[in-house]
Design a protein around this ligand. Structure first.
Ligand SMILES: Nc1nc2c(ncn2[C@@H]2O[C@H](COP(=O)(O)OP(=O)(O)OP(=O)(O)O)[C@@H](O)[C@H]2O)c(=O)[nH]1
Ligand SMILES: [Mg+2]
Length: 291
């Protein structure tokens, strides 16, 4: 009885094989190769889509070999099949506002006191220092610290299109003498097409609050709004002059407030020097979600 069943199965199998053979011969070879290629690629991507947890420990250097390999294929698969959510946060602001100190606080949990004016963007992909001991899936963040020197600011354009968020660092102590320059820089960022189109969220981070002479974040916000309003009026009047913005700002006929921006603008405080960066980390995690 069993033998009979085996024979029957064999016959059915051969029939199926013949049918497949016939079908394959009917299909044009190009279509066949494309189908095989698609199957192989999908299988490959499925196999490598996630590393074993042991391959990606919560370490600062995510470019250890297995993770680098994983990142490469992850990038590839996301680019091919879906829009990859960005993990880039850009730190911008005037020279001396404290961007590099904040960068080190986020990365190492220390201020690396005595930083000098940066001549190159500081860039790295790492697990935030405060999250290193966290268990589970902690997503590394790509932080870019763009120097405030006016000659290096065009570097910002390289990073803005891929930014999940922009942090504009303000020196809360030396705020008033630099208000014009800070407002011009913020105006420039808020009118960039890359920011307007993608509605990139902006955090105005009032830094150096450890100093008693630091201005409050509400004062800083209001003063910046007033200054940007003046700037907007003069820019509109001079629209045919060389200072042209990529996009207009706010609502015409109304006094400028950050709430009029197409992107979300929030204000919070920090002290890079003393490691008070909780509000900055909150902003980062709001826009670079864990996996
Ligand atoms: N009191 C105080 N000083 C700070 C704080 N953060 C930075 N500083 C000081 O401010 C100065 C400038 O800090 P940096 O981080 O180098 O400034 P930056 O924004 O990177 O400047 P550029 O590279 O020129 O664009 C340094 O002397 C820091 O020690 C802070 O939170 N509190
Ligand atoms: Mg710097």
């Amino acid at each position: 009885m069993d033998r009979e069943k085996m024979e029957e199965l064999k016959i059915q199998f051969h029939r199926l094989l013949n049918q497949t053979h016939e079908f394959v011969h009917k299909v044009p070879p190009t279509q066949l190769y494309a189908a095989i290629g698609a199957i192989l690629l999908t299988t490959l991507l499925l196999i490598i889509s996630k590393p074993a947890p042991s391959q990606c420990p919560n370490e600062n250097l995510v470019f250890s070999q297995p993770c680098a390999k994983f990142e490469f294929f992850e990038n590839l698969s996301f680019r091919l099949f879906k829009h990859r959510s960005s993990n880039t946060i850009v730190l911008a602001g005037l020279s001396g506002s404290g961007k590099t100190v904040l960068y080190y606080q986020l990365r190492d949990g220390s201020s690396h006191q005595g930083t000098v004016t940066s001549m190159e963007p500081n860039e790295g992909t790492f697990v935030l220092h405060s999250e290193v001991t966290k268990k589970g899936k902690v997503k590394p963040v790509h932080i870019v610290d763009v120097p405030g020197h006016s000659r290096l600011r065009p570097k910002l354009d390289e990073f803005l299109p891929q930014a999940a968020g922009v942090v504009f660092v303000v020196d809360s102590v030396d705020f008033l003498p630099n208000i014009r320059a800070a407002s011009e820089y913020i105006y420039e960022i808020l009118t960039k097409t890359a920011v307007v189109k993608k509605k990139t969220p902006l955090l105005l981070l009032c830094n150096k609050v450890d100093k008693v002479t630091a201005h409050t974040k509400d004062f800083i916000r209001k003063q910046l709004e007033k200054e940007i309003d003046k700037l907007r009026a003069s820019r509109t009047a001079l629209s045919s002059a060389d200072i042209t913005s990529e996009n207009s700002l706010g609502v015409s006929g109304e006094t400028f407030t950050f709430s009029q921006c197409v992107n979300k603008v929030t204000v919070s405080e920090a002290s890079g020097l003393t490691g008070d960066v909780a509000q900055l980390e909150q902003f980062i995690r709001e826009h670079v979600k864990h996996k």
